[in-house]
Design a protein around this ligand. Structure first.
Ligand code: ADP
Ligand code: MG
Length: 459
């Protein structure tokens, strides 16, 4: 069986059925022509009979014999005409129901040849016709039987057939009764149209629709989750604003308290050592709290950089200067600068970048309690994952304790700290500021060997 041919033919059949009904007119035309031709024969032969036979009874018997032959001739002609017709067609006799011919297209469609003993009454079983709910297709529903019973053409939409190879076909069956010389039904023509491909396409389309529906549902879920996140972010931003106001309000009085304690220390030279110690404690704790509120402020207020063309090396020098003047700075730490001469001006907010550098330098120094080397390098390069984006690269490298692998992903979380008096806001604020400049910040570390933090600022 030639499957390719088989698959193409139903398309042709459907196109004949849909697009060119005039071809179908050939069948009744042919039937009418054959019938007219045969009908004329009894008259010519009838005149001969009149010459040779006198008995009316003999004439009747002869005529019926001729009618029978004429009908048989009609059916034979139809069998011959349909044998190579590109639409699967069956021709059955009536009233015996004997299936007399099955053209090549039907054999290919059903994957079976004409069974000699087949009739319209047992054909559904013999040729694998079935009903999706009832199993074998009830013969009385078969289009051919319905056509002979009603005397008119019948279309059955959901006929199914199972080929011996196990392929399932969805068919449309069309049957038309054939009338003989005397107008009686002498047979029935059944044509089949294969809708299997259409069904497959419909199923694929339905599956696609279902998949799209699932996708839409998933997206809806994601959208709801995002809406919730946005609502939370909005809430957090309100909290952030309140925190910023609070921190701002606390910071000024804290400064005043620290100043007052230091002034008292000078104004009361006769204070005993306990009193002096208390004043020093008030001053240092007030300064620590003030520092903390400054960091909270930097983090809570969404940074809004005011970029100006800035000499990056000058900003770095200022940050290093601050660091070295800090009373806690360990002078045993060796600072090395590796500034590239190609790095000159960059459009940044110098105060915010100084804030970032201060946080990173402080972290580097705090990571080297036993002293070590601090390298600050600059260069031109490209932002990671944005290969065409040129940038200034600032690298701060220390030979300190390094970072435990488990801590790496928490580094930028606000309030993540491994230090007894740490705030956990330095890196979080640094990232906010760098991202507000449309840049990036990365951290690489080897525990026990040191850490490298790199800032990428777009040019
Ligand atoms: P804090 O310094 O107040 O702890 P940060 O946000 O600046 O907060 O840093 C968070 C944590 O990241 C630090 O507690 C420390 O564990 C780790 N860290 C940051 N920089 C370094 C560094 N250069 N070397 C080792 N650890 C670091
Ligand atoms: Mg820090």
């Amino acid at each position: 069986m030639n499957i390719t041919l088989f698959r193409e033919e139903p398309l042709l059949a459907i196109s004949l059925w849909n697009a060119d009904p005039s071809l179908w007119l050939l069948i009744p035309l042919f039937l009418f022509a054959g019938w007219s031709f045969l009908r004329s024969e009894p008259f010519s032969r009838g005149s001969d009979l009149e010459v040779h036979k006198d008995e009316e009874g003999d004439r009747t018997a002869d005529r019926s014999h001729v009618h029978h032959q004429a009908n048989e001739l009609l059916l034979c002609s139809l069998d011959a005409l349909m044998s190579e017709f590109p639409v699967p067609i069956w021709i059955a006799e009536w009233p015996s129901g004997r299936l007399r011919s099955m053209n090549r297209a039907s054999q290919e469609l059903l994957g079976r040849k004409l069974e000699p003993r087949s009739t319209l009454f047992n054909c559904t079983d013999l040729y694998g016709f079935y009903h999706p709910d009832l199993g074998t297709y009830p013969p009385e529903w078969f289009p051919a039987l319905r056509a002979v019973k009603s005397g008119a053409s019948v279309i059955v939409e959901d006929l199914r057939a199972l080929t011996p190879e196990g392929e399932r076909r969805l068919l449309v069956g069309w049957a038309m009764p054939l009338r003989g010389y005397a107008g009686e039904i002498i047979g029935v023509v059944t044509a089949f149209f294969d809708r299997t491909d259409t069904l497959h396409k419909e199923r694929a389309y339905e599956a696609h629709i279902q998949e799209l529906t699932r996708e839409v549902e998933k997206l809806k879920g994601q959208l709801t989750a995002m809406e919730r996140k946005v609502a939370l972010a909005h809430q957090l931003s309100n909290i952030g604003q309140m925190t910023a106001i609070l921190a701002h309000e606390i910071r000024n009085p804290l400064g005043a308290i620290a100043n007052a304690a230091e002034l008292l220390l000078q104004l009361l030279p006769n204070a005993d050592e306990n009193e002096r110690e208390l004043l020093r404690l008030i001053s240092s704790e007030a300064r620590r709290l003030s520092d903390f509120t400054r960091q909270v402020l930097t983090y809570a207020r969404m940074p809004d950089p005011e970029p100006v063309l800035t000499h990056i090396h000058e900003v770095i020098e200022q940050a290093l200067d601050l660091l070295q003047k800090d009373p806690h700075f360990d002078s045993r730490i060796c600072i090395r600068k590796e500034f590239s001469p190609v790095v000159t001006l960059c459009s940044v907010d110098p105060d915010l970048i100084k804030e970032v550098l201060w946080n990173l330098l402080l972290n580097a120094v705090q990571a080297m309690p036993e002293a070590g080397e601090l390298v600050v390098a600059t260069d031109l390069g490209e932002i990671p994952d944005r290969p065409s984006q040129r940038c200034v690269r600032i690298t701060i490298r220390d030979s300190g304790v390094g970072i435990a692998p488990g801590d790496m992903e928490k580094l930028f979380d606000p309030f993540f700290t491994t230090k007894p008096f740490g705030t956990g806001l330095g890196l979080a604020a640094a990232r906010r500021i760098i991202e507000a400049h449309n840049g990036e910040i990365t951290v690489q570390s080897s525990p026990g060997k040191g850490t490298t933090v790199t800032i990428f600022l777009p040019l």
